[in-house]
Design a protein around this ligand. Structure first.
Ligand code: ZN
Length: 432
């Protein structure tokens, strides 16, 4: 039986309005009521947990639309390398040397960091799939941390490390079978890039994803060089090619979309595909600045992702929000290119707090030296806040973090174990 929780005295985001003060009640894991004004004495006395949100914003949890947990062991190593060199010299050798227990620790660290920063839902584009045990480790870690997590199981059937079509289809089918309605852990198809996947297998895996009520999650047009590779091979730009082969629709998540032209933006909007914008990663690897304002204005469904910590090098979604806003404005010489509210909406994947829905929310402290005095809550969240300002995280009516303390992971011990593991991994991978 889940506890009855009352949250009061804070600013509650209801649709896109802020109720200050507002009162929110959670019963049996769901939002029972949201209303403006102070809590009544009988409401306070009936609640089992009372959270005083004075000076805080109460809002849906952030969605981290794209990361790679394996890379929490690879932070700070990019060293000025562009995407393809960075992959070949660092990421692929480290991933190839990673053990199952290291995958578990890296996932736990990645999940704990997301939780600490106010993320309640994360998509892990899971690349280390040599045996099923690596994927089981991610699932196990996600289960113990308590976040909502989709594992987009990565595959490629072309180029170096290509896997056999039949193996990909059968393993993907097995993982899809392990998701269940209402479950916090789900699976999606994660083809790596158009230039590493055949049209035929993209079509088959996308059809399988549709049949199992899930989706396709793929890196597209991150760099100019990559776009050229698809143009050379197919005569079409990547988004155009995905559309031509029938893999661009409302069940497609396009990660990056830095180098998309006007025709591709039109296609993304028409087909109702989702774009996951990763501004910090695109800046760290010098990939470019995505035309976010243009995509938003064209009606493309947008959300934000940190990308893996090897190209960010954190998973702080507040920093990501600010970078989306700053890079967009700077790159297009326009202070009005993206509004604070648009950046916040992307970070929330347009979710709202609704009566009757599962209680999934965060409390963010704005009463601090960086954010006070608060004139506009959306501006304070996008321009002044960091992940460390998140005070409380609730998923499905369960408190996973309170007063900045993660309740589901022993963080001190985890950090020690990760330090030990990374020294051994670097040696084995030959990147010392
Ligand atoms: Zn990525």
């Amino acid at each position: 039986m889940k506890k009855k929780i009352l949250i009061h005295n804070g600013s509650i985001r209801h649709e896109t309005e802020w109720l200050t003060p507002g009162t929110l009640i959670i019963q049996d894991g769901r939002i029972q009521s949201i209303r403006p004004g102070n809590a009544l004495p009988e409401e306070i006395s009936q609640a089992e947990v009372v959270l005083d949100a004075r000076g805080m914003a109460v809002m849906p949890g952030l969605v981290n639309g794209h990361t790679h947990f394996s890379q929490t062991f690879m932070r700070g190593l990019a060293g000025g390398r562009p995407l393809l060199q960075w992959l070949k010299e660092l990421i692929w050798p480290l991933q190839a040397a990673m053990s199952v227990s290291e995958m578990y620790l890296a996932s736990l660290l990645g999940l704990a960091e997301n939780l600490r920063c106010g993320v309640t839902e994360v998509i892990d584009h899971h690349k280390v799939t040599r045996t099923r045990d690596f994927t089981r480790m991610v699932k196990q870690a996600a289960g113990s941390v308590g976040l909502r997590c989709t594992i987009a199981w990565a595959w490629s059937n072309q180029g170096a490390k290509a896997e056999a079509d039949q193996d990909i289809l059968s393993e993907l089918g097995e993982w899809f079978g392990q998701a269940s309605e209402g479950a916090k852990i789900n699976f999606a198809s994660g083809p790596l890039t158009p230039w590493r996947c055949s049209a035929e297998l993209l079509q088959k895996t996308h059809a399988l994803a549709r049949e199992r009520d899930t989706f396709t999650h793929i890196h597209v047009s991150e760099t100019v060089e990559e776009v050229q590779m698809t143009v050379d091979e197919t005569g079409m730009r990547p988004v155009e090619w995905l559309d031509r082969i029938g893999v661009l629709d409302e069940r497609t998540q396009i990660v990056h979309a830095v180098w998309v032209d006007d025709r591709e933006i039109e296609l993304l909007a028409q087909r109702q595909a989702t774009v996951v914008h990763c501004p910090v990663s695109n800046a760290v690897l010098g990939s470019g600045i995505a035309p976010v304002g243009k995509m938003l204005a064209s009606g493309v469904s947008m959300r934000l992702g940190t990308d893996g910590p090897a190209s960010n090098d954190t998973q702080d979604c507040f920093e990501n929000m600010k970078m989306a806003l700053c890079l967009g404005r700077a790159g297009h010489h326009n202070a009005d290119y993206i509004s604070n509210e648009q950046a916040l909406e992307m970070a929330l994947a347009s979710r709202t707090l609704k009566v009757g829905a599962p209680a999934e929310m965060i409390l963010v402290n704005l009463n601090n030296l960086r954010a006070a005095p608060v004139h506009d809550i959306s501006a304070a969240l996008t321009l002044c806040s960091h992940g460390d300002d998140v005070d409380t995280v609730i998923v499905d009516g369960e408190i996973l973090m309170r007063a900045g303390k993660i309740l589901t992971v022993d963080v001190e011990n985890l950090l020690k174990e990760c330090e030990r593991a990374i020294r051994s991994l670097r040696k084995r991978a030959g990147v010392d």
